[in-house]
Design a binder for this molecule. Structure first.
Ligand code: GLY
Length: 355
C-alpha cells in the first residue's frame, strides 16, 4: 500500500512502515528514544513492535494506565517526570504505541516537554488508525470534559499496521468503525454504503477500508489544517456525542461508553436534526439509524439524562461567542457547519433515537 503524505509527514502501511521507521531512526541521531504504552499495549503490542526495530536495546519504556479516565494532566505529569528522570532531552523521541488516549496524550506530552520534542504515532486501535493519530490534534481531558486542553502538533510519521487489531476487543473495533461511518457520511456516499455491510469483508478488505478512511481525512485536513471551516465537518455527531460521552464518564450509574459508541448516538441525533432543519432525505435518515442500531444496539437514556447532556454542550470546543455550533448534513456527503439548533429539537432527536 502506498504511503499517504499529509502536510510534512507520511503515513506508512503494513511491512513498509517498519522499513520507514528503521531508516528514519538510523539517520536521525536521537539522544534517547522512549516508547509510551498503556497497560494494554504493554501486554499485547510492545514485544511485537520492538521485534520490528533495529536497535530495541536503546529504547526506554514508559507506561500509563489504560482508559479515557487517565487522559489527564496528572498522567502527563507522570510521563514528564519519567522523561526527566530517564534523562530525556531536546533531542529525544517519543513513540506513542497505543489507541487514541496514548496518541493524543503522548503527542501533547512531547509537544510541551522542553518546549517540544519529536514524536511518532503507532496506533494500535482502529479509532486511532483512522482518526486520532492523523491530523495533528493532541491533548487531554479536563476532568470528564473531552479534549479541552491541547495543542496542534504533527507527528514525524504514523505507522498503520493492522496486526495490532488482532488483539483488539470487539467493542473497541466498533468504536473505531463509528469514525469510519462518519467519514462516509460527511464526504463519500459510496464509502458509507460499503461500511454499512461489513458481513462479507475479510481482514484484507479492512486494510483497504482503513486506507480509504485515512484518504478522506487527509482530503479534509489538508484543505483546512487549523479547523477554520471544512475540518469542522470531522466533528459530525461529536457535539452531542462528546456531551453523551462526558455525561456517562462522570455518572457512575451510567455504563461508560467508548468514544465511537457515543459518537454513533450523536450521528443519529445530528441526522435527525439535519432532516428537520435542512431537509436531509427521510429514507436515508431511517437507514442511518437502523445501521447504527444494528451495530451498536440501543443505549438507555432518560428525559433526565437529556437535560444534563444538553447542559454539557456549553463546553463543546466548536462554541464561539456563547453559541453552540452543530455540523449538519443536507445529504450524505454535503455538510453545513456552524448551525444553531433549538433545545426542543435536540429533545425530539433523542425521542427519535429511542423510538
Ligand atoms: N478528530 C477530528 C479531527 O481530527 O479534526
Amino acid at each position: 500500500m502506498e504511503s499517504i503524505t499529509i502536510q510534512d509527514y507520511a503515513i506508512h502501511f503494513k511491512s513498509e512502515c517498519y522499513k520507514a521507521l528503521n531508516s528514519y531512526l538510523d539517520t536521525s541521531n536521537f539522544s534517547k528514544m522512549f516508547v509510551l504504552v498503556d497497560t494494554n499495549t504493554h501486554q499485547h503490542c510492545l514485544s511485537y513492535f520492538l521485534s520490528q526495530i533495529n536497535a530495541p536495546q536503546n529504547i526506554e519504556i514508559i507506561e500509563i494506565e489504560a482508559g479515557e479516565a487517565n487522559k489527564t494532566i496528572d498522567t502527563c505529569t507522570g510521563v514528564w517526570n519519567a522523561l526527566s528522570e530517564l534523562s530525556g532531552d531536546r533531542k529525544s523521541l517519543i513513540i506513542n504505541l497505543g489507541g487514541g488516549v496514548v496518541t493524543d496524550l503522548g503527542g501533547f506530552v512531547a509537544s510541551c516537554f522542553k518546549r517540544g520534542i519529536k514524536f511518532i504515532n503507532v496506533p494500535t486501535s482502529l479509532l486511532a488508525m483512522v482518526d486520532a493519530s492523523v491530523g495533528g490534534k493532541t491533548g487531554v481531558d479536563l476532568g470528564t470534559l473531552k479534549n479541552q486542553i491541547g495543542v496542534m502538533s504533527f507527528s514525524e510519521m504514523v505507522l498503520v499496521d493492522t496486526k495490532y487489531l488482532e488483539t483488539l476487543p470487539q467493542n473497541e473495533m466498533r468504536s473505531g468503525l463509528a469514525e469510519m461511518l462518519k467519514h462516509g457520511l460527511i464526504q463519500d456516499e459510496a464509502y458509507w454504503h460499503k461500511m454499512t455491510d461489513l458481513s462479507q469483508f475479510t481482514l484484507d478488505d479492512l486494510d483497504q477500508l482503513i486506507y480509504e478512511s485515512i484518504l478522506i481525512k487527509k482530503n479534509v485536513v489538508t484543505q483546512d489544517p487549523n479547523e477554520n471551516g471544512l475540518r469542522k465537518t470531522l466533528n459530525y455527531g461529536h457535539t452531542l456525542g462528546h456531551a453523551i460521552e462526558s455525561y456517562c464518564l462522570s455518572n457512575p450509574k451510567k455504563e461508560t461508553l467508548l468514544h465511537g459508541e457515543a459518537i454513533a448516538i450523536g450521528m443519529v441525533l445530528a441526522t435527525y436534526i439535519s432532516y428537520k432543519q435542512l431537509n436531509f432525505p427521510e429514507a436515508k435518515l431511517h437507514q442511518i439509524k437502523q445501521t447504527i442500531r444494528d451495530m451498536y444496539g440501543l443505549v438507555e437514556l432518560t428525559n433526565g439524562d437529556y437535560q444534563e447532556i444538553i447542559e454539557l454542550l456549553k463546553f463543546d470546543k466548536k462554541n464561539t461567542h456563547g453559541n453552540i455550533n452543530f455540523v449538519l448534513l443536507e445529504d450524505i456527503g454535503t455538510c453545513k457547519i456552524d448551525c444553531k439548533v433549538e433545545n426542543s429539537l435536540i429533545l425530539e432527536a433523542f425521542a427519535y433515537y429511542k423510538a
